[in-house]
Each structure stands twice: as C-alpha cells, then as structure tokens.
Design a protein around this ligand. Structure first.
Ligand code: TYD
Ligand code: MG
Length: 417
C-alpha cells in the first residue's frame, strides 16, 4: 500500500465482510495457541500466542525486551515462519546476540527497516506467522510528516500493523520503550489498540525479570511471568514463589513475609519497613506499593489500635522490585511498619496476609488456603491471617492465628516469641 492508494476501509474486525448475527448462532472456537518455547511468556500471554494477536511489550531500555523476543522468535522459527524487524540495532547486532545465546539461526529472518510501508511489503512477501517490531518508536509512516517517535507517528504506524495482523492472522509483537522524557511517545498511547499489553517490571539490578500482563484479551490480567537473566539470556523461573525473599540469618525488625497472589499463583514476597523519627514533615515513602494506601492504613492503626506514627517517617519497600497491587498486602505492610517502630522482629517462620478496612476490621482475601499451603511448602510454620480465611480443616505443619480486628493482630504479634 502506498500513499497514493489509501487503504480500503476495513469492513470487520478480522478484515472480512461484516454482517449482523444472533449471539446464539456464533460458533465458539477456542483460539489456537502456539507455545513460544518460553513457559513463563506463554503464561502471561494466557497459554501461548494467539494467531492474529498484537502484543505490546513495554519496559525500560536495557531491561531485556530484545533478548526475550529474539529468543521467542528463534524458538518459534523451528516450526513457524518468523520475521524480526529491527529499527534500532543493525542486523549484525541482532545476529551477534542470537549467536551468543546459541539460538537456531536458519529460520530466523531479519529485516532492518523503519518505514512501515516497506515493512508491510516485506511481510506480504515473507508471510511470517509471527513478526517482531523492535521498536515501534523507531517506525514511521510516509503518510505523516512528523518525526519517528512522535505520538502521531507511533500511533499511525501501530494502527497499520494492527490492521495487518487482523487481516492476515499474523501475530505481531511491538516493542515499546518506556520513556521518562516526552521526546518519544511512550507505549501507553498504544495500549487501547492492541490485544495484550505486557510490561517488564522489577529491579534492574536484580537478575530476576518480571513481566506483568496489564491488559489481555486472551487471558488473565496481572498474571506474572518470571525470568532469570544470565549469560544465556532469559530463563523462565517455573516456581518463583521463593525468589522475592531475602532470608535473614536472624529475625530482623521491619521484615514481614507476605503471600500475595498476582495473577493465578501465590508468591511469597518480603515487605521491609523502616520507621524513624521525622525531622519536619513526616514522610511516607513506598517502593512497589501504593503510597496513599500506606497513609490510609497508618491512620487506621492510629484510630483503632492507638499506635501513632504521625511524628515518624515511614518507608516501605517490596523486596525484588516486584509491584504488589493486592489488598492482601495491607496487614503485612502495617505489621512490618509496627515491627520497625517497636524494634521487635516477627518470627522468621511466619507469613501474613489480609486486607484492612477503614473500620479496623481484617477482611478475608481470595484463595487463603492456597496461600497457606504454598507457605508450608517453603518451610513456614506459622501464619497470621484474617478470621474469614481460617482453614476449614487444619493444615499440616502450620500454626494458624486468625484475627478479625486489627488490634487482635497487634496483640497477637506482641505475644509471639
Ligand atoms: P536487551 O534485550 O538489549 O534490552 P532492551 O531491548 O529491553 O533494551 O538486554 C539488555 C541487557 O541484558 C543488557 O544490559 C545485557 C543483558 N544481557 C544479559 O545479561 N545476558 C544476555 O544473554 C543478554 C543477551 C543480555
Ligand atoms: Mg532492545
């Protein structure tokens, strides 16, 4: 398609002639899924790659987007036609990476191109089943005069690629750099156009990389995929429940192990708090958690347990750089702050989860038993949980303290040794 022959208007979602149908006549066919050879990527995609889907993979520069996708495409190249379009690195750089990682090269077709019209012409000839565009911010369309990376360019180029995927049934991955400055359009401007949005999160200093599905038309949101980065690229971590713990030889104040359930599996994560006398305005600083929620919970603790921290700075960090969005983190985070405030460690064999309400109640969370069983598997012996999550029958090897009110939780930890 060139500028002089504008694209015909797309009739239907899949590029076919549209017609009105009764819901009862719609045949449900399960989407065919293709394994990417990376189990944790399949997991965040919702069970493999769907034909004709467009997936946006966002993340900070250097986090591992190109590494992940070159691994994924090389794996797929053994059974599918693939095309890796690089707008950023040279063919040599991409090949060097693939070779260093020991990936199969025969079917790994590469194209260095940034003009979307040219990419679509090549795709029409190559007929790849799966195509990677690395990165969308380098791609431009000749229909617009603005510079590559400008919001309009990124949107229009992505729209052309999305349409191509829907018309042909090809799957496309779009790489998007998360940008701090406004010079390049960030991947957020594309979220509404694509089927699936995946973001890398996590601590760039750690060797673990976490990918979260923040939108998925074909699977669960907030699903996490966990990888370890080494000199052979990104390796899926099949059982990540213990990697976000920094096991201390001695119990330390301010550290609480919580069991969160991001996506479809429980993960044990350590919350660390530091509470110290404030000089000036007291600070509430969180890393990996919502700051307003911490402020709210500190108010609940003041009002319902009489513990005041208004003259204290409160810092809370989630170990490993993973972001916790679940309310099950309320109680452990508050107890971590309390532990630091009183300089009294919690037992190191204890896990905590539970939501806190403004009335000072401790509310149950979903899948309580599953969380406790995961903790037992990892050697934890005690659990402080909401009354509503008390297991129906005893869990072997686990002493359960179930509480309904915040002050009961505070009393319980005061009596523990
Ligand atoms: P890269 O995939 O280029 O990041 P992005 O495309 O998101 O900008 O990878 C970035 C980092 O990963 C780079 O700093 C080096 C590191 N790395 C490894 O540690 N091991 C490896 O096998 C590879 C390929 C990269
Ligand atoms: Mg890259």
């Amino acid at each position: 398609m060139t500028a002089s022959t504008p694209a015909p208007r797309l009739a239907g979602y899949a590029g076919v002639r549209s017609e009105v149908t009764s819901a009862k006549d719609v045949e449900l066919v399960a989407e065919a899924r293709t394994g990417t050879g990376l189990s944790e990527l399949d997991r965040v995609l919702g069970g493999g790659l769907v034909a004709g889907s467009v997936t946006l993979l966002g993340g900070d520069p250097g986090i591992g987007k190109s590494t992940l996708l070159v691994q994924c495409l090389a794996n797929l190249s053994l059974s599918r036609r693939v095309l890796y379009v690089t707008g950023e690195e040279s063919l040599q750089q991409v090949t060097l990476r693939a070779r260093r990682l020991g990936l199969p090269e025969d079917g790994l077709r590469l194209l260095a191109e940034t003009r979307v019209e040219a990419i679509l012409e090549h795709a029409a000839r190559e007929k790849p089943d799966v195509m990677v565009i690395d990165s969308i911010q380098t791609i431009y369309t000749e229909l617009l005069n603005s510079a590559p990376g400008a919001v309009a360019q990124v949107r229009e180029s992505a729209a052309r690629l999305v349409r191509h995927a829907k018309e042909t049934g090809r799957s496309i991955f779009l790489v998007g750099h998360v940008t701090k400055e406004g010079a390049l359009a960030g991947p957020r401007v594309l979220e509404h156009m694509v089927d699936t949005v995946l973001y890398f999160e996590g601590d760039p200093g750690s060797r673990f990389r976490v990918i979260r599905a923040v939108k998925n038309r074909f699977g669960a949101v907030n699903e996490l995929g966990v990888f370890a980065m080494d000199d052979k690229g990104l390796k899926p971590v099949a059982n990540p429940s213990a990697i976000f713990l920094s096991r201390h030889p001695e119990p330390v104040s301010g550290s609480v192990i919580m069991v969160v359930r991001e996506g479809t599996r429980p993960i044990l994560v350590e919350a660390q708090a530091l509470v110290d006398t404030a000089h000036g305005n007291p600070r509430r600083v969180t890393l990996g958690l919502e700051q307003n929620r911490l402020a709210m919970m500190l108010a609940v603790m003041h009002r319902h347990s009489g513990i005041a921290m208004f003259d204290q700075d409160v810092y809370v960090n989630v170990v490993g750089g993973v972001r916790v969005s679940e309310t099950a983190a309320d109680l452990p985070v508050l107890l971590a702050a309390l532990s630091s405030f009183r300089d009294r460690p919690l037992p190191s064999d204890m896990i905590v989860f539970g939501e806190i309400g403004l009335a000072g109640e401790v509310r149950p969370v979903s899948n309580g038993e599953e969380r406790m069983r995961e903790a037992v598997k990892l050697g934890f012996k005690r659990a402080l949980v909401p009354g509503g999550n008390r297991p129906k029958s005893a869990i072997k090897g686990l002493e359960v303290h179930a509480v309904n009110r915040l002050h009961e939780a505070v009393d319980t930890v005061a009596e523990l040794d």
